[in-house]
Ligand binder design. Structure first.
Ligand SMILES: [Zn+2]
Length: 465
C-alpha cells in the first residue's frame, strides 16, 4: 500500500463533502483500491475519478451503479505490447477490431508496436500516418512505440518529442523486411542516444547468429520448431542487452521473456542497479510445449512457448519481482498466413492473438497458485502503466482516469473463437475453460458500447482529446 494513496483518499474525503453531484457513482463491497479490495464509493466527474469514500456515504450520482455481490471493480488494464498492423496490413488487425477486443477483455489502454503496419513507425512522418489511421476508430486509449532500425538514429529524438513512449528494436530478423534488426553495436549507439533524453529501448531479444545455426523448423512437429528457437539464442541476446545497458546507463526493457534461464542474470542486473525491466506474456505462463498438438500453428510465436518446467520458473520470476509485468504481445495475422492446411511451423506466421483473454487466462492460473486478484491486476495494469509513464492510468484512485471494469472473478466461460473481437478468428485457447468474466468496461467514465469509438490517442506525457 502506498502512503501517498491513502493520504490522497482522505484528503479528497474532506475536500468533497457529500451533496455534490457526480456524473457517475459506482459503489460496492469490492473496489480494488491502492490499499486492496475495499468497500467503497467511487465518484467520477469529467471522466476522472474525483472521490473515493467509504461505502454507505451515499454519494449522489447522475448515474449510480451498484456492484453485485460477485463483482469487483478493477482498474482498466494497460497492455503495452499490441501489434495493430494498420495501416498497411489492416487485414491482419485494425484499430477498430483490436480495441474492441481490448475493451471486451477489460483493457482500456494499449500501446501499439511500431512494426507490421506499413510504414513502420520509424520517423515522425510515419507516426503521423499511423495516428491518422487510428483517429476516430479506437474504443480504448492508444499510445505508440517508435522503432529503432539501422540508419534512423537521427529520427529518435524527433519521434520522442512527437510523443512515442520509447523505441523497439530487434536483434534478429523481425519477420517483416521493412523493419530490419540492429546489430549489438548499433543497439548500443541508439541506447546512448536514448539515454540523452531518458527514453527506453525495448528489445526483442533473440540472437540472430544463434538462430541461424539452430536446426530448421520445418514440418508440423512443435518440438522441431522449439529446437529452432533455443533458449540459448534468447539468453545470448539478453546478456547482450544487459551489458549494453551497463555500458550506456540507458533504460532497457526485455520484451516477451520466454527463457527462464535468463532470470538469474536479469536478477543480477537489477541488483547491480541497471535500469532493466522485463515483461512476459499469458502464452508463456499458461501453455506448455509438451501439449501443443501436431500442426497447431495458432501456438506459434517467437520466442516460443517452452516446457512445463520453464513455465513454473517464469511464475517464480514474477512472484520474486524479476519479471515486472504481463502484457499480451497480441500479434495476429490472416488465417492463410497461419498455414492451417499444412500446419507447417516453419512456414506459419509467428504470433498469438490474445488481447481479449489475457485477464481471464492469468487469473485462472494465478488463483490456482493462491495468488490474489490484487496481484494479478498490479501485473497487468499498474506496473505496465508505470513502465510506460502513463500517468493517470493503472489505478482506481482520485485524480486517475475513470477507466475500469466490472470483473466477476468466480464466474466462468469457455473460449469460443466466434466471440472474440479480434479480426481473424484463430486462438490457441479455443475450448479452454477460464475463470473470471469482464462484464462491463468504462473509459473516461463512459461505458464502452463497441459502437461509438471514444478512445483517445495518447502522447507521452499528455493526451489528445
Ligand atoms: Zn510483439
Amino acid at each position: 500500500m502506498s502512503q501517498d494513496a491513502e493520504h490522497q483518499e482522505s484528503a479528497h474525503t474532506s475536500l468533497d463533502p457529500t451533496g455534490q453531484q457526480y456524473d457517475l457513482v459506482i459503489r460496492g463491497e469490492r473496489v480494488l483500491t491502492s490499499s486492496g479490495i475495499r468497500p467503497r464509493e467511487v465518484g467520477v466527474r469529467g471522466g476522472v475519478i474525483v472521490a473515493m469514500q467509504p461505502l454507505g456515504n451515499n454519494l449522489d450520482g447522475e448515474e449510480v451503479i451498484e456492484l453485485a455481490e460477485d463483482e469487483t471493480l478493477i482498474p482498466g488494464l494497460v497492455d503495452t505490447h499490441v501489434h495493430v498492423n494498420e495501416p498497411g496490413r489492416t487485414e491482419w488487425e485494425g484499430f477498430a477490431s483490436a480495441t474492441r477486443a481490448a475493451a471486451a477483455g477489460g483493457v482500456t489502454t494499449i500501446v501499439d508496436m511500431p512494426l507490421n503496419s506499413i510504414p513502420p513507425t520509424v520517423s515522425v512522418e510515419a507516426l503521423e500516418v499511423k495516428r491518422r489511421a487510428a483517429h476516430g476508430q479506437t474504443h480504448v486509449d492508444v499510445g505508440f512505440w517508435g522503432g529503432a532500425v539501422p540508419g534512423n538514429t537521427a529520427d529518435l529524438r524527433p519521434l520522442h518529442d512527437a510523443g512515442v513512449f520509447g523505441f523497439k528494436s530487434f536483434l534478429l530478423h523481425s519477420g517483416v523486411d521493412e523493419f530490419p534488426p540492429l546489430d549489438p553495436d548499433e543497439l548500443e549507439k541508439d541506447m546512448r542516444e536514448l539515454a540523452t533524453f531518458d527514453s527506453v529501448m525495448i528489445v526483442h531479444a533473440e540472437d540472430s547468429r544463434a538462430i541461424d545455426r539452430a536446426p530448421q523448423p520445418d514440418g508440423d512437429d512443435y518440438a522441431k520448431f522449439l529446437a529452432s528457437r533455443p533458449r540459448g539464442a534468447e539468453n545470448l541476446a539478453i546478456a547482450e542487452v544487459i551489458e549494453r545497458a551497463r555500458w550506456t546507463d540507458a533504460r532497457a526493457h526485455i520484451l516477451h521473456l520466454s527463457s527462464s534461464d535468463a532470470l538469474a542474470m536479469l536478477r543480477t542486473a537489477k541488483n547491480d542497479g541497471l535500469k532493466i525491466t522485463v515483461e512476459t506474456c499469458p502464452h508463456y505462463l499458461t501453455l506448455v510445449s509438451e501439449e501443443i498438438p501436431l500442426g497447431a500453428t495458432a501456438f506459434k510465436c517467437c520466442p516460443p512457448i517452452r516446457e512445463a518446467g520453464n513455465r513454473e520458473l517464469l511464475w517464480q520470476g514474477l512472484e520474486d519481482g524479476t519479471i515486472d509485468f504481463i502484457v499480451s504481445d497480441h500479434s495476429p495475422s490472416t488465417l492463410d498466413l497461419k498455414d492451417l492446411e499444412n500446419g507447417d511451423f516453419g512456414v506459419a506466421w509467428g504470433g498469438v492473438a490474445s488481447l481479449q483473454l489475457g485477464l481471464s487466462l492469468i487469473w485462472t492460473e494465478a488463483r490456482q497458485r493462491g495468488l490474489s486478484l490484487e496481484q494479478v491486476v498490479a501485473w497487468m495494469s499498474e506496473r505496465p502503466a508505470q513502465f510506460a509513464g502513463l500517468a493517470g492510468k493503472g489505478r482506481i484512485a482520485p485524480g486517475y482516469d475513470a477507466d475500469f471494469s466490472i470483473f466477476a472473478a468466480d464466474d466462468a466461460y469457455v473460449v469460443d473463437v466466434k466471440k472474440l473481437h479480434h479480426k481473424n478468428p484463430i486462438t490457441p485457447y479455443q475450448g479452454k475453460a477460464l475463470a473470471g468474466v469482464v462484464r462491463r468496461t468504462w473509459l473516461h467514465g463512459e461505458v464502452i458500447d463497441f459502437e461509438n469509438p471514444r478512445g483517445r490517442l495518447l502522447r507521452r506525457g499528455m493526451t489528445d482529446a
